[in-house]
Write a protein that binds this ligand. Structure first.
Ligand code: GLA
Length: 669
């Protein structure tokens, strides 16, 4: 068995460093600009660029015509400039000749509308015709550039599923049926899983099944959940198909694709994709708001979780504004560096941007780049150069792993999809927001956490927080039970443990899968109307959800109660010692004032204490990485004031001894 590379292919003896770069789209510019680009890249310390992402029409201008000459020149120029290339397979956006000849590759929405050419990513993940053309292009690129010295990695497609994850076309219908036949074997098993006895939905054969297209009322929830799974799998199959072509030609070149672990982007179950790439890469864009930077850290931590704690590649973020939010706020001075270093803090060994040179035409011309419209004589480019220098100060960090945190937050895509389905007790539940609020509360408490997929090894964690862990097959219930009995402290919340993996309710009282472990039983959910909150005895209040919780085991302790006389006065938060560990339950969506004290009590019972000196708790977020170069502490300021880092021993590599407001310090211990 050959071992796969886990990082960029560079000439033997090249020391590992934190890579720096961008998407580079030279086809948008005349050749004299290319020469200036390479010079400016050198000035900024850029060592890697992603090339060719949207180049299909320039590489294959017609079905039978190939034009690689310009790309040869670009790769040679970059190589001569000492810059490595993460070469894209260029399959993200099919050219007009292809969609004109084969309109049957275009995706179809739930309502039956065909998504036309003229933007990007207008292809069906399951189209055999698209697949044929995409693999032919991949093959040509692999053949031509396998031995090019600039090639450091392959970049499959681009942000798979950004616009086309849910396709309801006839190709999708056929592939969905085949996927279901593999999953269920016979149609009666599907009928049982989906509960088709309801509303006369029984299927006589797989041939009768369709994707959940626009229907008269709520589509079958089991069908919806399976379609979400299928859609994620279909794109993953495309990733694997391109990857296999690349591996045949270049077994020693790592293959990656850029995930989108950020915000509400939810269509791809990356937990099931991560093992298909040689190195995990992610794109992240900051969404403005009070939790913007916590969200960045949460996403970066989850990316690290997908990478199993190994270094990963930040493929894209923005130097300043994007162009696709309702209002595209520019980053303030310092924010670009802070965001970049926050990703490094969470395990990124490459800091890249979309894109190198801001476009002068096209839909993204108002999206920032490393070289803005103003040119290199600009504050932004000076900041880029300065960031390149900062990264050089962190070369010793490259290759280090994250140091496992005391707490894990479980993140589960299936629970995300299922908990927010229609026809539920409330449509106000937000899976990711609940998880993010626990993250914020942990950072407020000065406690490090790792966000990990539900399948991760939980044994190293003192505490596991599993918010809204809605889909719980028996094997997951068993794993969590074993974790607790073995000494782990599990905290779960409302709407957890409710359904099995067929989306069928665990009967006998909620939360069926965890009822016995938690020692509680709920007979009826109490979703709260907008604006209604219930005070909690330990402070703060709950919203969105409440429950009349019955304690059914003698050893359950009630840690907090609802304090709404005449409405609800029962247990709101419970805790139970089980085996060598414990199992706790939070039955409402706590506000910050409610979550802080509840979390403090749970951490204390789990024996988790902050690693930070007291005066820094909550004002900084701490992350840790460890490798041959040392044991590194990253301190990300969340404060508007300069902070004294007294009490944090070690050599300051960056940003100290006083930590600037909103800045980042890195200390080698
Ligand atoms: C995504 C894409 C890029 C670009 C950026 C803009 O991340 O991969 O091509 O469109 O968004 O933010």
């Amino acid at each position: 068995m050959t071992t796969r590379p886990t990082w960029l292919r560079t000439p033997a003896g090249t020391p590992r460093r934190i890579s720096f770069g961008a998407d580079y789209n030279p086809e948008q510019w005349p050749r004299d600009v290319w020469t200036e680009d390479v010079r400016l890249m050198q000035e900024a310390g850029v060592d890697v660029v992603s090339v060719g992402i949207f180049s299909w029409a320039h590489l294959q201008p017609a079905a039978d015509r190939w034009t690689f000459g310009w790309l040869d020149d670009v790769l040679d120029l970059l190589h001569d400039g000492g810059i490595g290339v993460d070469l894209a397979t260029a399959t993200a956006s099919p050219p007009p000749w292809l969609t004109t000849a084969h309109p049957e590759v275009l995706p179809v929405t739930r309502d039956g509308a065909v998504l036309t050419q003229g933007a990007r990513q207008h292809w069906r993940p399951t189209s055999p015709v698209f697949r044929r053309y995409a693999l032919a292009l991949t093959e040509k690129l692999a053949q031509r550039y396998a031995d090019h010295p600039a090639l450091v990695a392959w970049h499959v497609n681009n942000e798979l599923g950004c616009h086309n994850v849910h396709d309801y076309s006839d190709d999708a219908a056929a592939a969905f049926r085949a996927w279901l036949a593999r999953r269920y074997g016979d149609v009666e098993a599907l009928n049982h899983a989906w509960g088709t006895a309801f509303w006369s939905q029984r299927y006589g054969s797989f041939d009768e099944v369709l994707p959940p297209r626009r229907a008269a009322s709520h589509p079958n929830p089991g069908q919806q959940l399976d379609f979400a799974r299928f859609s994620s799998d279909a794109l993953r199959d495309h990733l694997v198909a391109e990857r296999e072509v690349l591996r045949r030609h270049t077994p020693d070149v790592p293959v990656t694709t850029n995930f989108m672990v950020m915000g509400e982007t939810r269509g791809m179950d990356y937990a099931s994709w991560a093992s298909e790439v040689d190195l995990v890469a992610n794109d992240h864009y900051v969404h403005p708001g009070p939790q913007a930077r916590d969200e960045l850290s949460f996403s970066a931590s989850l990316t690290g979780g997908l990478a199993g704690g190994l270094p990963w590649f930040l493929m894209e973020h923005s130097t300043s504004a994007v162009n696709w939010q309702p209002v595209n706020v520019a980053k303030r001075p310092g924010e670009m560096a802070r965001d970049s270093l926050a990703h490094v803090a969470h395990g990124a060994d490459a800091v890249c941007f979309f894109q190198w040179r801001q476009s002068s035409a096209g839909a993204e011309k108002y999206h920032s780049g490393m070289v803005p419209h103003a040119g290199s004589r600009s504050r932004l480019f000076r900041d880029v150069v300065s960031l390149g220098r900062d990264l050089r100060a962190l070369d010793a960090v490259a290759g280090s792993h994250r140091v496992t945190a005391p707490v894990a937050i479980l993140f589960d895509w299936e629970s995300w999809w299922a908990s927010e389905l229609d026809s539920h007790p409330t449509d106000r539940l937000r899976y990711r927001a609940e998880a993010l609020d626990w993250w914020t509360a942990l950072v407020d408490a000065g406690v490090r956490a790792d966000v990990v997929p539900a399948g991760a090894d939980l044994s190293p964690y003192a505490m596991v927080l599993a918010p809204v862990l809605h889909v719980v097959p028996q094997r997951l219930a068993d794993r969590l039970d074993a974790y607790v009995r073995g000494g782990g402290h599990l905290v779960t919340t409302y709407f957890s443990g409710i359904v099995d993996d067929a989306e069928r309710v665990w009967l006998g009282g909620y939360p069926g899968a965890f009822r016995d472990l938690l020692g509680i039983r709920v007979e009826e959910f109490g979703p709260l109307p907008d604006g209604e909150t219930l005070p909690i005895s330990t402070g703060g209040s709950g919203s969105v959800w409440s429950e009349p919780v019955d304690v059914i085991a003698a050893d359950v302790e009630v840690l907090a109660r609802y304090a709404a006389p005449g409405v609800l006065e029962g247990p709101a938060v419970t805790w139970r010692p089980v085996g060598r560990g414990s199992a706790a339950y939070v039955s409402t969506r706590l506000d910050a004032a409610g979550r802080g004290p509840v979390l403090a009590g749970l951490l204390e019972r789990a024996g988790v204490v902050s690693e930070l000196p007291e005066h820094l708790r909550g004002c900084v977020e701490l992350t840790r990485r460890r490798g041959d170069g040392g044991d590194f502490w990253f301190l990300l300021s969340r404060s508007g004031e300069t902070l004294d880092l007294g009490g944090v021993e070690g050599t300051v590599l960056l940003g100290g001894p006083d930590l600037a407001a909103g800045g980042v310090a890195v200390v080698r211990r």
